[in-house]
Design a protein around this ligand. Sequence first.
Ligand SMILES: NC(=O)c1ccc[n+]([C@@H]2O[C@H](COP(=O)([O-])OP(=O)(O)OC[C@H]3O[C@@H](n4cnc5c(N)ncnc54)[C@H](OP(=O)(O)O)[C@@H]3O)[C@@H](O)[C@H]2O)c1
Length: 429
Amino acid sequence: MKPLRIGIAGLGTVGAATAQVILQHGELLAKRAGTPIEIGAISARSRAHDRGFDLEPYTWYDDPSEMAADDSIDLVVELIGGSDGIAKALVEKSLAAGKHVVTANKALIAHHGTDLAELAEANNAALYCEAAVAGGIPILKAIREGMAANGIRKVYGILNGTCNYILTEMRDTGRSFDDVLEEAQKLGFAEADPTFDVDGIDTAHKLAILAALSFGSKVDFDGVHVEGIRAISPLDIDFARQLGYGIKLLGIASMDGDTVEQRVHPCMVPIEAPINLVEGSFNAVVAEGDFVDTVLHEGRGAGGGPTASAVVADIIDIARGHRVPLFGVPASQLPAFATRDMAKHYGAYYIRFNVVDRPGVFADVAHALSKHNVSMESVLQRSRDPDQIVPVVMTLHETEEASMRAAIEEIHSIDAVIEPPVVIRIEAL
Ligand SMILES: NC(=O)c1ccc[n+]([C@@H]2O[C@H](COP(=O)([O-])OP(=O)(O)OC[C@H]3O[C@@H](n4cnc5c(N)ncnc54)[C@H](OP(=O)(O)O)[C@@H]3O)[C@@H](O)[C@H]2O)c1
């Protein structure tokens, strides 16, 4: 039987682990794929670096995009990363040459997924990216195939293990965001440059892919409202607990008519909600289908082994001849839905502000809220010594985001309110 020959571009955390899975499970994979899966070519920046396996048997490319012209390669595995540059060039050239492509690159698919899916279909090639969303959790296949009978109106999840680890540690130890981030970097759980993770961009990449697949629409990364977790303090986590909530960074996408809302921000979720029980570096995705109801998948969202598991599952599908369009329907048939402006978001809110406790402050705050038709549900205050700076926490009944923002701006302008208020959206999940 003719083997499926693959070229692996990128031999870092995921690339080296992918090679190891293929070398270690060769026989098992051949049975499952119906044909042997062979590594034919490899590429990375440094040829001298130890990758944990012998590089000698394979054709080495200094320039990975040359794999696209290698007739002995059927499938290119792109594990370099980045939304543009060499990764994009390699994927485009490979698809244009009719080669199948498997990638773990969420940035690439979030920015160029629709065009790449069209290119794949035009050249009769398969393009899969299971590892790009929630690492080892097979959520794309579950939504695309397992839930194919359903209309999906909402999909949400914990999509970044670094943020979930930081929030879990802050909750358990009472330490600050900066402290826990620094420790996570030392332990290798967070990148030296944590921006993509802690500012929510990585979650937004994954959410844009999930939304396109769930709603059958073009990928719209620019339509995602993005906030990260830097503003969350142990104080907020403690107040949230008193109110019966946990704090999670969620990506949430929902469709209403022809309008899609995609948002990434810290959320207060009921303490007993299944998503709140997802701890540490784990990921979870919940998809709501109109016939199946709610489906939750949980597992490891990153790391060499889990991510390689998803990469190799895609390779096996292609080896078997199993082809489904990347977003469930042909890319040329994907509509571009309108984005719902975050100002029109309707929800409940937690607000914390620090205030010099003096007579009349609460009347001013209440006035600012009522002026913008925002009504308070509850108030928590730590201490009431006159002239002390005290944190005040309020939860607000459901209201439009624009009204809440206007009220917050007014509260911030009261001279006794000494810092910008912290706002966390409360989700009834
Ligand atoms: N790490 C995870 O847990 C995880 C999870 C899900 C998805 N992903 C995605 O998987 C992809 C790879 O991530 P990773 O963590 O494995 O990254 P990584 O450890 O930094 O590895 C990147 C690899 O690309 C190679 N490379 C960089 N520029 C190159 C170039 N111009 N030509 C040839 N090779 C080049 C590097 O070579 P050298 O080794 O020689 O420097 C390295 O082997 C990314 O898209 C990432 O978003 C990662």
